[in-house]
Design a protein around this ligand. Structure first.
Ligand SMILES: [Zn+2]
Length: 173
């Protein structure tokens, strides 16, 4: 088994380093709660660099697929992971200043703490967690045949009309 990758983030950014690799979803245990199971593999690339102002940053790309649980039928659904994000590296004082200023809402990019021993998989986990839909559902359209929820095409109407759901409950009781 490969050693867990760590990078010295500022050195990595300053020297324009790059790493890429592949990690099984099973290697990212924090995702377990959010996923149907731990099948799938993800490819990642991390490139160090700097923005126009010379601030160190990491460009993180993650692709692959994982399996989510459909909130309508509770069945498994494939979810394509396509993450392309830029993380600015900041020291603790600068992060604190950001917090005091009301967070990073107006910032173009997210910031992370510059860490001489950055746990790459931990960072990837975080980015994937942030990217996952809160209530994933099989989509209407080509995927909908996979949804095991009863009702098929009627589901969309019922969702928009809570009384239809009540009426259905009355019928069955
Ligand atoms: Zn479904």
């Amino acid at each position: 088994m490969d050693a867990r990758p760590f990078i010295d983030s500022l050195d990595f950014a300053g020297n324009g380093r790059q790493i890429s690799g592949e990690v099984p979803v099973a290697g990212l245990p924090r995702l377990l709660d959010a996923l149907e199971d731990l099948q799938g593999t993800l490819q990642y690339t991390i490139c160090g660099g700097a923005d126009k102002q010379g601030n160190p940053l990491l460009d993180v790309g993650i692709t692959g697929s994982c399996r989510l649980r459909c909130q309508r039928c509770l069945g498994a659904m494939e979810h394509a992971v396509r993450i392309d994000t830029r993380l600015l590296l900041r020291d603790q004082a600068s992060l604190d200043a950001l917090d005091a200023a009301g967070g990073e809402d107006e910032e173009e990019f997210d910031s992370i703490l510059a860490n001489p021993h950055l746990d790459v998989l931990d960072m990837l986990e975080e980015e994937i967690l942030l990217s996952l839909p809160i209530a994933p559902k099989h989509e209407f359209g080509h995927e909908f045949g996979a949804c095991q929820a009863a009702g098929g095409g009627n589901m969309q109407k019922e969702e928009k009309n809570p009384f239809a759901v009540l009426a259905k409950l009355k019928q069955t009781s």
